[in-house]
Design a protein around this ligand. Sequence first.
Ligand code: ATP
Length: 511
Amino acid sequence: MVQEELFKKIVAHCKEYGFIFQSSELYDGLSAVYDYAQNGVELKNNLKEYWWKAMTQLHEEIVGIDSAIFMHPTIWKASGHVDAFNDPLIDNKDSKKRYRADVLIEDYLEKINEKIEKEVEKAKKRFGDSFDETMYRQTNPRVLEYLNKKETVHNDFVFALENNDLEKIRQIIIDEGIVCPISGTKNWTEVRQFNLMFETKLGSVAEGANSIYLRPETAQGIFVNYLNVQKTGRMKIPFGIAQIGKAFRNEIVARQFIFRMREFEQMEMQFFVKPGTELEWFETWRIRRLNWHKAIGINPEKYRWHKHDKLAHYANAAYDIEFEFPFGFKELEGIHSRTDFDLKQHQQFSGKKITYYDNESEESYVPYVVETSVGLDRTFLAVLSSSYFEEQLENETRIVLKLPAPLAPIKVAVLPLIKKDGLPEFARKIMDTLKLDMNCMYEEKDSIGKRYRRQDAIGTPFCITIDHQSLEDNTITIRYRDTMEQERISVDKIYDIVKEKIDIKNLLKKL
Ligand code: ATP
């Protein structure tokens, strides 16, 4: 299936089966804001549990917090968000659409990449077994030309970013003939800087009210609580603080569904270390975080590393984990070595000392920080899109979400074959025992085939069917989602079979 078509189908599926709705749909929607529906919220909560337990339960040196969204406005001065973090924007005069100039150029570079891969694929088919890919990449004139172009544009782009040269960024867009995806023209404005933070008022809107911001990241809530947690938790360096929470950015390019939203959720962990050890810890966390993603069970080839071209002013190393979404490889998580920048800034702006006394080395220092920051919504999209399958059966197509059982919204569907003869009562009894431990769904409407399809479409790993024989010998039929195999088992075996598969432990023990 063409990837674009697949993506459209996934978006439609999310709505039809109660995973994600457009926010305020009744009022024609609010752009780049989404609501998680009855099944979506369960999947999202399971992802949160997996991350939270992987961070806090599996690491005695990491504790969690839940800081407020509203914070003192000076925090955003100290962090650099008020003055330094601006995005370069450009408008197309014909479509009147606004874009992030850096994203336009990055997409262009990715397109050159795709062209190279297409050439290689074509050659692979043409030459068959005798094909030497490495040699081809090194010698084919067309591939070399593309590589050369990519490198030149890339170098110019990085240079312009590093020097904050907005005119140069615009020139690259003009010179490379980058067109607006909507109007198809090159009629661009100048590049301008734009601040992405939402501003609101604290207290009465009348005179004297203070402007505050909706946090654009959860990290600062951790930094400003560093001292509190270290002291009250009697934490010894190295240690970490984890947090899951909403963040808000007034994103300009609002497309690609929940990939880029104005209100989204982050799962961040800041790991405080002794200065000089940060790059070692950075490597450790890089490996740990990729393992966390891979343990979910998605094809490992869908993940790749992206080294940052331009380091933020506070970082001395930064990598992204990119995921192959249906619209291409894009950032899923950032892992950054943030030095002592944030704590030092807060020390300066608050006028309070933020240091750590190290008993071992008998010295005081401002700790360095290694950050891992993953988008919950992007993880949701990664998991959902790679679990979506259309399977051709004898006389129909089955749509199935092959979600890992510990993440599935509903674990078991309990289905009496018919609505009479005591079958519903028997089924209800099974529901009543299982529901204390897991999310179950009871369904008695429609044919059993239709009910199986509905459960497949929301990713329920187990269906349990109760028929007349159940009343006689206390057995039921259990159906497995992925293989569609059915097995007759005794009622008292259900719990053990299901419980073993749905436990979040199955993911955690792979770490
Ligand atoms: P991008 O370059 O895609 O805008 P970023 O580098 O600004 O992302 P970070 O500031 O590093 O992102 O935020 C950490 C993580 O938060 C990202 O890896 C991503 O998963 C998530 N994230 C950031 N912005 C959004 C958004 N607008 N909607 C959904 N998730 C987001």
